[in-house]
Design a protein around this ligand. Structure first.
Ligand code: ADP
Ligand code: MG
Length: 590
């Protein structure tokens, strides 16, 4: 029965429950991923914006440091410049000059400036000496009609000649500030490079006659570049920097180039900050940007949305699969251990109790049947007992009166023997009907079993053995009646082993009862006969040999002792060795 219920029941529970778990996990993963994707795009934007802000902070700090440096450089330059007296010669000299922004050339007339012994218009000694002290760029400007002209400078043109004669036009904010008598700090194009700069007016006779300039080359962003180039955003993102003219200053692979026409730069130009989505070579990109006005550059950060989404989905699925697999595994173990195991046990217990119920029912039926039979048998036996007594008595009298050689004597002998046999049968019936009273005494049961074997003829080819595990062998029984019961069982066993075999006794027990197993290695009892064993007159033996009253007698005697009797038997040689075991349980006290 066990394997029949075991597999289908477990599978029945196992499969649907694991299927439900898988479905639930797959559904929830899909929902979570879908939700995450929409949230993820917002997250990408805010991450990029945060990145851009962080980088601008770095730039801010850098610009403050630069400005500090330039301020102190200007102080040094100022001190040194005014250590010598500055005088202006009366006569003017013509000078060919060039507008640094337009490249336009013209002639201007300038007066010569003398500082100590040095004619500034013809010498660069002061600026070169200053350069060795403070570094960077230094220029002395002289005011002209068109703008402020470099008369002494260490600033070089692209052809590496000194930028003397180039001028900053009057429209420039630097000049506006200087003409208003203010020092100008900030950034400026010096010839063609951006510098963090400081300009201070040179006042002669109460009028702004020129300006003193110091500058620190600013677009040397090498340090920032290094930091920025090492920054990664997600799996596909990076920061980059370009100036307001579209010249790319920091970028992993476009540095030095200018944004082409119709690129995202068109959407950025002129704006202070923002986030835009745009397509580039079939890729969906998001860019956050911010204009950093002190350096006049755009700080930007970009990310490839598809890559990030794909990676995110990939990662989520991987994670979900792992979690799902793990939880399925754990849940299945849980289900297996606590659900199926329990249910299986429950069903098993149910089956066992059903079986017990059925066997109790059949036992009840049988004992009812046997009880009825007992009543009838007792009645018949009682009625037969007296006439049988009369037959026996009179046939014996007749026998006595017959001469020894009388031919009737043999016939008479048959009547006497058969009458005796009838009396035995009737006695057996009376025993079965429990009409006899018990006379119990304390008996060593193991000893009793041993001596019972003496009352039975046991052929040499049958070996007997008695094994006892009893600590206390004493039981209250009616030994005379119990002997009948045991000898009947033993006789049956011997009769079932015509070719010899084993007759074994196992005695066990506890404080309340003892159990005696009587096991033979005989032919066994057919399954269909098992229910009829204790019914009077059931026999498989030929007429004259078996009466079918042995086991009913045994049953009656055991019942009188308030004991139990059970039989197990096997007739199938293929399955196990054949044989029959009777199990008798007797209460120690009845
Ligand atoms: P009888 O021995 O007169 O046939 P029993 O009541 O003693 O009557 O036994 C009834 C039947 O039960 C027997 O005929 C036999 O078929 C079967 N039987 C009893 N004990 C055994 C046994 N140990 N091995 C095989 N069959 C048995
Ligand atoms: Mg018998």
């Amino acid at each position: 029965m066990k394997p029949k219920i075991k597999i289908p029941l477990k599978l029945k529970l196992f499969l649907p429950v694991s299927l439900i778990i898988i479905i639930v996990v797959v559904l929830s993963t899909t929902i979570i991923i879908n939700k995450s994707i929409s949230g993820f795009n917002d997250q990408i934007k805010s991450t990029l914006q945060l990145e851009v802000k962080t980088i601008s902070k770095m730039f801010e700090r850098e610009s403050i440091l630069k400005l500090d440096k330039v301020q102190s450089n200007l102080k040094v330059a100022h001190e040194l410049f005014y250590q010598e007296k500055l005088t202006v010669l009366d006569d003017s000299v013509r000078m060919s000059v060039e507008n640094q922004e337009t490249g336009e050339k013209s002639d201007v007339y300038l007066k010569k400036w003398i500082r100590g012994n040095e004619i500034l218009n013809d010498s660069n000694d002061f600026v070169d000496k200053l350069e060795t002290i403070i570094g960077g760029t230094i220029t002395v400007f002289q005011k002209s009609d068109s703008g402020f002209v470099r008369i002494s400078t260490n600033v070089r043109k692209p052809d590496s000649t000194r930028a003397i004669g180039t001028f900053i036009p009057n429209e420039s904010p630097v000049i506006q500030s200087i003409l208003a008598g203010k020092t100008y700090y900030g950034r400026a194009i010096v010839v063609d490079k951006w510098y963090t700069t400081a300009y201070e007016p040179i006042i002669i006779n109460g009028e702004t006659a020129g300006m003193l300039y110091v500058g620190d080359k600013e677009k040397d962003l090498s340090e920032l570049k290094e930091i920025l180039n090492s920054l990664h955003i997600g799996n596909s993102g990076f920061p980059f920097v370009f100036d307001k003219n579209g010249l790319i200053l920091i970028h992993p692979y476009l540095e030095g180039q200018t944004w082409p026409e119709c690129s995202f730069y068109d959407q950025v130009k002129g704006k202070k900050e923002g986030v835009i989505d745009y397509e580039h070579k079939g890729k969906n990109k998001t860019v956050a940007f911010l204009y950093f006005d002190k350096f006049e550059v755009y700080i930007a950060a970009t990310i490839d949305k598809d890559v990030e989404n794909h990676d995110m989905v990939h990662d989520s699925i991987k994670g979900a699969v792992l979690v799902a697999a793990l939880s399925i595994f754990l849940l299945l173990i849980f289900i297996y251990r606590f659900t199926t195991e329990k249910l299986y046990k429950y069903f098993n217990a149910l089956q066992i109790s059903n079986k017990k119920l059925a066997s109790a029912e059949s036992a009840l039926k049988r004992s009812e049947q046997l009880a009825n039979m007992g009543q009838i048998s007792a009645g018949i036996a009682h009625e037969l007992n007296n006439p049988l007594g009369v037959i026996t008595m009179y046939s014996n009298i007749v026998m006595d009166e017959l001469k020894p050689d009388d031919p009737l004597r043999d016939d008479m002998q048959i009547i006497v023997t058969q009458a005796e046999r009838c009396k035995n049968i009737v006695g057996g019936l009376l025993n079965f009907a429990r009409k006899n009273k018990l006379k119990v005494v304390e008996i060593d049961i193991v000893e009793f079993v041993r001596s019972s074997l003496n009352s039975v003829v046991i052929p040499d080819n049958i070996k007997t053995s008695i094994k006892s595990e009893l600590h206390d062998p004493y039981v209250m029984i009616d030994s005379e009646q119990m002997l009948q019961a045991f000898t009947n069982i033993e006789k049956n066993a011997v009769e079932a082993m015509p070719d010899g075999g084993l007759l074994e006794f196992f005695v066990t027990g506890n404080a309340k009862e003892v159990e005696i197993k009587i096991k033979d290695s005989g032919c066994g009892i057919e399954a269909e006969n098992m229910d009829k064993l204790f019914t009077p007159f059931f026999t498989t033996k030929e007429i004259g040999k078996g009466t079918g009253l042995g086991l009913p007698l045994v049953y009656g005697i055991i019942k009188m002792h308030k004991g139990k009797i059970a039989v197990e038997s096997n007739t199938d040689k293929e399955k196990a060795p054949t044989g029959t075991t009777f199990k008798i349980t007797l209460p120690r006290i009845n």
